[in-house]
Write a protein that binds this ligand. Structure first.
Ligand SMILES: O=C(O)C1=C[C@@H](OP(=O)(O)O)[C@@H](O)[C@H](O)C1
Ligand SMILES: C=C(OP(=O)(O)O)C(=O)O
Length: 432
């Protein structure tokens, strides 16, 4: 496989870009549309590997999912036949679809990419059993497994340790209104990561008219009921904005990400704070979010527990900073597309950064950075880390840049175009 020679700007980047839709919003919107009481449209969806896998899973179950002028039209239909679901490497498919498969009258077989068999799902499967869903996982608590749907799910109260992934909780809540007794989820264990993603789930359920009580910490109760069909307009993916904004911060350029929402449940919104802390100038206005790199890029001491998926891009910036950084609270990202703490320690270290790996984070000290191959472990966000470093350090070769298609098809073309000043308009202008 040919490596991607990460481009370096020859003059300060000064561009505005329009980014594809959010993976997390698109996959929730698709699933909720399939559970709703009539047809609806998911507008400006992300079309990428993860979202195509979700559309494929719902289609396999029996839902009609059609592309109409670039949008997804979803027409709910009864789920009566046996189905196979390919989860690929999409956590949202492996966690969100099994609870709803219990509503099917068929048997639904789940598998995915080789690494997907290592990603955590056992606690959620145990919760499904407690809610009355039958499945067969050969006692592994991991893929491959088969859900034996019976057309209805009793539901009720369930206790789960969701410290490995917030997606366990989101999955149970998304399906819960369709269970006979709804669902009352109580978390017991170390803190649940990525809480903004659970807030996103709760907010979207409410848009469908579902009654959700999240007034107590570590407890979420969804009342049984009908999901009203509503159209969703998908916001740009703010987590995928990370490398583009980091480019400005790291190279002293200026990048505007258009259509940045004023209010959002996406955890990527925290980039505004993180980049400002590191020394960049950050402005949110009607044109979008504009980040301007200054002459300084400082290390940070930050708990990333709520925003774990941003760790690779932030770690890459830390490797370019002028002082040490301590990134904490992200033990759970060892269960992401790859063990991200191990992968970052190895790859940043391989380019000369001084990195210490801890159980739940990384200490990153300024080092004498040099070029080399940056391995990506089938992880889109490792590729983002690689191109950020390559924008500053001569001779960085990013392995398997195509892995970015998990959430951003055409990433390399957009990145090259931006670095070379060929895509989008000047920073601070509104993009279509
Ligand atoms: O619900 C979601 O859409 C997501 C939740 C988070 O998962 P974890 O809680 O497993 O980190 C996040 O990292 C992932 O990219 C998307
Ligand atoms: C953790 C991630 O993905 P997934 O939805 O597969 O868990 C991610 O995109 O950073």
């Amino acid at each position: 496989m040919e490596h991607y020679a990460a481009p370096r700007p020859t003059s300060p980047v000064d561009r505005a870009v329009s980014l594809p839709g959010s993976k997390s919003l698109t996959n929730r919107a698709l699933l909720l549309a399939a559970l709703s009481d009539g047809p609806s449209v998911v507008r400006r969806p992300l079309r990428s590997r993860d979202t195509d896998l979700m559309a494929g899973a719902l289609t396999a179950l029996g839902t009609h999912v059609d592309v109409v002028e670039g949008d997804w039209r979803v027409t709910p239909s009864p789920w009566t036949s046996d189905a196979k679901v390919d989860c690929g490497l999409a956590g949202t498919v492996m966690r969100f679809v099994p609870p709803v498969a219990g509503l099917s009258e068929g048997t639904v077989a789940f598998d995915g990419d080789p690494h997907m068999r290592n990603r955590p799902v056992g606690p959620m499967l145990a919760a499904l059993a407690a809610l009355g869903i039958r499945f067969d996982d050969g006692g592994r608590g991991a893929l491959p497994f088969t859900v034996r749907g019976s057309g209805s799910v009793p539901g009720g109260t369930v206790t789960i340790d969701a410290s490995a992934s917030s997606q366990f909780v989101s999955a149970l809540l998304l399906a819960g209104a369709r269970f006979e007794h709804g669902v009352d989820v109580r978390h017991v264990g170390k803190p649940v990561p990525s809480l903004p993603h659970i807030d996103m789930t709760v907010a979207m359920l409410r848009e469908h008219g579902v009654d959700v009580d999240d007034s107590d910490a570590n407890r979420w109760a969804v009342a049984p009921g009908v999901l009203r069909a509503v159209d969703h307009v998908i916001e740009p993916d703010l987590s995928n904005a990370a490398p583009f904004l980091a480019l400005a911060a790291a190279t002293g350029g200026r990048v505007t990400v258009s259509d940045w929402p004023r209010h959002t449940t996406q955890p990527g919104d925290a980039l505004r704070e993180v980049l400002a802390l590191m020394g960049a100038d950050v402005v949110l206005d009607d044109r979008g979010l504009t980040v301007t790199g200054t002459a300084e890029l400082h290390g940070i001491d930050l708990d990333l527990h709520d925003i774990g998926e941003l760790t690779p891009a932030i770690a890459a910036l830390c490797a370019l900073a002028d002082s040490p950084s301590h990134l904490r609270g992200v033990a759970h990202i060892r269960g992401h597309e790859t063990d991200r703490l191990a992968a970052l320690a190895r790859e940043l270290g391989g380019l000369g950064s001084v990195v210490e790996e801890h159980d739940d984070g990384l200490t990153i000290r300024p080092g004498d950075l040099h070029g080399g191959v940056f391995h990506t472990y089938a992880d889109h966000r490792m590729a983002h880390a690689g191109v950020i470093l390559g924008a500053v350090v001569e001779g960085v070769l990013v392995e398997d840049i195509a892995t970015t298609s998990k959430t951003f098809p055409g990433f390399a073309a957009t990145w090259t175009g931006l670095v070379e000043g060929l895509v989008g308009g000047p920073a601070g202008t509104q993009q279509p």
